[in-house]
Ligand binder design. Sequence first.
Ligand SMILES: [Zn+2]
Ligand SMILES: [Zn+2]
Length: 333
Amino acid sequence: MTPEAALERVLHCFDRAYVTGHRARAVARALDVVRSTTPDELARRAEEGSLTGLAGIGDTTAEIIAEALRGEVPTYVVELERSTQVKVSAEAQPYRAALRGDLHVHSTWSDGSTSIRRMAETARDLGHEYLVITDHSARLTVAHGLDRDRLCAQLDEIAEVNAELAPFRVLSGIEVDIHPDGSLDLDDDLLARLDVVVASVHSKLALDAPAMTARMVEAVRSPHVDVLGHCTGRLLERRAPSRFDPEEVFAACAAHGTAVEINSRPERLDPPADLLAVALAQGCLVAISSDAHSTGQLEWQPLGCERAAELHVALDRIVNTWSADELLGWVAA
Ligand SMILES: [Zn+2]
Ligand SMILES: [Zn+2]
């Protein structure tokens, strides 16, 4: 384990345990320092015990670097591996075991912190067979959303990563913004080129219920939309769920073959259980997605599995328990 890999692993463990704040920032800063320091200098300083002389390296990160350079797995990493495991209940475990991919993942192309390649390698190491890269569309400027040109460039990179990581598959996709009138923030020809399209509301969340219902129904009936992302837009303890007629929206999802996402992010857990029950009663398929913005967050799917387990969702109704070929057959149908 190189010092860089050790610090990356620390960040991964922090992310999966939702540790943010100064501890995470200190490690991210140390990682930058390691990346911009020559291996010779790191080795010399580790030998002399002067790593903390580098601005941005503290006692903890110095020890991690020194242990890694000695060829050991740093004690700090060993401890974090144990203490930050994402727990899975006995009820949710069969769901997690059945998942073969993740349909909602961000990369550095929009507001994620990690490259497509590292997200894909991490998903593979978690046991997945495929991953869909769904960065934001252009309208979400705060998230550096993708316009036509950048999306086309991303498709080239996805093809390269696919060639390197086969048989693991990176599928193309987007998290396309749903405009207030229900139209989508990407041209149809591009939507048609992508493997999987997740459509989500990110703006004007306080529309009245009839307008929000019409907006969502218009979006999910698009032949290009495969998954309705985090349908209420709620953020636990921060933002109330948006209001819409769930019977009508989920009936439209079922009629048009759009799966309803169970968003696994701890601050979202969207839809809430009562709405998920409505979606299931309407006959919807579901996708259990991480909405990861970093490698550690790819480990959040068990939280969505807990929601599915509570409502006894049949495994074959969860589209990411299907193989990549079955999934692609479904989106093309
Ligand atoms: Zn979103
Ligand atoms: Zn997202």
